[in-house]
Design a protein around this ligand. Sequence first.
Ligand code: GLA
Length: 472
Amino acid sequence: MVALTYLRTGALLVLSCLAQAGHAQAPGHYDAVHSGTPWFDQRGAPVSAHGAGITKDGDTYYLFGEAHEDMTNAFAGFNCYSSKDLVNWHFESIALPVQQSGPLGPNTVGERSKVMRSPSTGEYVMFMHADAIDYRGQFVGYATAKDITGPYTFHGPLLIDGKPIKKWDMGTFQDKDRTGYILLHGGDIYRLADDYRSIREHVNEAMADGFESPAMFRKDDTYYFLGSHLTGWERNDNYYYTARSLRGPWTRQGVIAPEGTLTWNSQVTFVLPIEGSHDTTFMFMGDRWSYPRQASAATYIWQPLKVEGDSLSMPEYQDSWRIDAATGTVTPGPVQSETITAFDPRVHNMGAWQQAAKRRQGPTSTIDKNASLSVTFTGTQASLYSLARPDGGYARIIVRNNQGDELLSSTVDMYSKYPVPTVKFVTPLLPRGAYTMHVSVVGDSWYWVNKRGERSGSEGHAISFDRLRVRK
Ligand code: GLA
């Protein structure tokens, strides 16, 4: 058995035995969008593309986002992945690698890469937030390439009247007439020159404090401008504005997801219109950050948005859902017919675990650094549900076949600012058979100290098991 190892990021995935077992799908194949769980590319490596945007070229979607390392916040390049189904992502390249020196060189910050194709030159232009490692040297930068997958050449700051834009969080928007815009935290909007290599006009002045991670889409004659409050890597209730013109007036509308869910524990980065033959689905793309393990444990929250008039929402969290990229139609995710609770005889606990409920239901949890749990299941796919909680930490997941071979392993983050039972890990599609999932305590958790010295993140390292849902 050949092991596909990804030691650099701390994740390890061994899927070749799935292929050897005669399974028709490529190793690591999924058939639905799963939010809040690790994704793996064709190499078995975690998909590392946060603060991302998607550019459609022909019938292919290209995902550009921040490559990350575990244990450091320094710029690690911008990755490019491709997909035709928006579910299975093929690693293409490090589209823009760490530069030899200077901005986007070693020990700097590079975030929120977005790519648009200039209508006048046909060139692909990547925009990003470039910064010093202490977030005190920010500007909007750009890079260009002839091919969408790169290599991109970094040109430094994007200029307006010869001067850089010294702002941090940025986004992009391409209007129906292919005019390109740069969006900045606070709500500034800048119109790009036709070659997308400089700014022509400051179209809208900032209208809010914070309003980070700006993202925009248009439906008919309404522009929707989404952003977050300013809480660093911690989540908050993201909100939005609408207008009939990019020059405003912008009307503040409200939160995107139900208040208190903290945007289903995510921060918006982009909205992708999936324009099919029957329908256009607007897909919310958010990040569930997990510093320092951004490479292995930060996840993607991608949800279909409900857009009606001036209102947009994500009223229910969809653990999994399907999108037909050709028709643009959304359907529910796969049926998982069996539930294995924490009290099922197939669950074996090692170390000190605590049951939350006495009536033989509810999650079991532990803060014992040596604790682990294993659960056997028979089927083609399993989803692990946990109680994410304010003192939650990292868990190590290992899936084995019934010969005891390790098929894959991963790290998941069981923190949430409010307690919530939620899906944490979904196996790829497996040949029908018997498997064991092993869940153990890593012993640490995510935290972040911002430049004002404020700490956010988990206060503990607890993990929990609520249930396993199995697809037959
Ligand atoms: C916010 C921004 C991110 C990043 C972090 C760093 O979440 O949106 O892009 O800069 O803060 O704290």
